[in-house]
Design a protein around this ligand. Structure first.
Ligand code: ZN
Length: 330
């Protein structure tokens, strides 16, 4: 099979973890249940690992596409090894903050089944990571490098294939770039596009503060379906027919599309690695985002052993440096 992506070490970059233990508590956007989260440092090459510590025995869920178990309005990961099925919902905003803060390895313990919504964005997590410090580890960072375009499309209902459907693609690029096009049937979010090279620094300013959003007309139906039970004006932008109900208004003029990009970054990071490539998404949600990461992940998993063996033959860098990047928070 012709390779469209490979796993590669970046020689001049090192993996990171959190320098200190962090603690978050809050209500889940969909379940409405309160949960506490403890984030601990982890060794190089262990990735992001979630632990349901409220279950006995504790259930470990790796943050990778093989764990994705639901993509309805949020991304949930779970472990089929545990009975009853152990799941953690709405991981995407935290995953996005981990990506933005450059954290490759961490253990995330939770005493419930949904990551707290906090303010509905990635800001609280991201700022906490930087304020408490990021620790550089001795192993090189690994990237998924895209060699050839991968395009996944979903035709509009009724077919037609006229390009008006949902699509997601990734193309070769030297950095991580995202373009997103949205189209909702609402005057404030009818259409828009976003296109940017994103790194850990502009993530904070341009993406991290964008809150999740919902439409007032959908709230009753969602709540009947057991979704959005914890949603409020404190953790989501809510739109009526013509305007935003949140008194403080928008944090960005195009906050809605920036939140779609925030979600996309979190979903893409479930590939288990950072990606060097240009992701181009049109009207996607968590379902299509996860289709792309599953495709890429399945492809690069075979490379993993090569990369790890190669690294072990080299002399590891013995130094462990604690770095705290100064970020001005508004
Ligand atoms: Zn979201």
């Amino acid at each position: 099979m012709e390779k469209f992506a490979i796993l590669k070490e970046e020689k001049n970059e090192f993996q990171c973890t959190v320098a200190n233990i962090l603690f978050f508590k809050g209500v889940g956007l969909h379940t409405g249940r309160e949960a506490s989260v403890v984030i601990r440092p982890a060794k190089a090459d262990t990735g992001i690992t979630f632990v349901r510590r409220d279950l006995k025995p504790n259930v470990i869920i790796k943050a990778n596409p093989g764990s994705i178990c639901s993509t309805t309005l949020r991304t949930s990961i779970g472990s089929a090894k545990a009975l009853p099925y152990a799941c953690i919902s709405t991981v995407e905003h935290l995953m996005s903050a981990l990506w933005g803060a450059g954290i490759d390895n961490a253990v995330i313990e939770i005493d419930g089944d949904e990551i707290p919504a906090m303010d509905g964005s990635a800001r609280v997590f991201y700022e906490a990571f930087y304020e408490s410090g990021i620790k550089e580890l001795s192993a090189n960072r690994k990237y998924i490098e895209i060699l050839k375009p991968v395009v996944i499309t979903r035709a509009p209902a009724g077919g037609g294939g006229d390009g008006s459907g949902v699509s997601i693609a990734v193309y070769p690029a030297d950095d991580f770039e995202v373009s997103y096009a949205m189209d909702f049937n609402h005057p404030l979010v009818r259409s828009g596009s976003f296109d940017m090279k994103i790194d850990g620094f502009n993530f904070h300013k341009e993406i991290s503060k964008a809150r999740t959003f919902g439409f007032l007309k959908d709230v009753e139906h969602l709540k009947k379906s057991g979704l959005a039970l914890g949603g409020s004006l404190d953790n989501a932008l809510v739109l009526n027919e013509t305007s935003v109900l949140n008194k403080e208004g928008l944090r960005y003029k195009d906050e809605f599309i920036r939140h779609k990009v925030l979600d996309l970054i979190g979903d893409i990071y479930l590939s288990g690695y950072r990606i060097k490539g240009r992701v181009s998404a049109k009207k996607t949600g968590h379902d299509m985002n996860s289709k792309l990461v599953k495709k890429i992940w399945g492809h690069v998993e075979n490379d993993k052993e090569d990369v790890f063996t190669r690294r072990e033959k080299e002399t590891p860098r013995p130094l462990i440096v604690k770095i705290t990047v100064p970020v001005q928070f508004a």
